[in-house]
Design a protein around this ligand. Structure first.
Ligand SMILES: [Zn+2]
Length: 89
């Protein structure tokens, strides 16, 4: 992740450890995805064995990790730091 915005020079990490909170956002996102996948397996695949849940959900968590990492930081920046995109600036 960039330390500063390449367009406007905004410093993203406003204080040391600022993005620790994004970890909770990331946890919520991955928990939600795992829950949805679990419901899909339960209702559409007829409640398969436990190993099927692990075989589907664990790789899905690894696959969404890069997107989840960035998206949770963006959400954290916008909703906690209150940073807004202002194209006129
Ligand atoms: Zn910027």
């Amino acid at each position: 992740m960039y330390e500063f915005c390449p367009h406007c020079g905004l410093k993203y990490e406003v204080e040391p450890g600022y993005f620790y909170g994004a970890m909770f956002v990331s946890y919520a996102i991955s928990g939600g995805v795992a829950l949805v996948l679990g419901f899909i397996l339960f209702y559409l695949a007829g409640d398969p064995g436990g190993w099927v849940y692990v075989a589907v959900i664990a790789p899905a968590m690894v696959l969404i990790a890069p997107v989840n990492f960035r998206f949770s930081r963006v959400l954290w920046l916008h909703y906690v730091a209150g940073i807004k995109y202002q194209p006129e600036l």
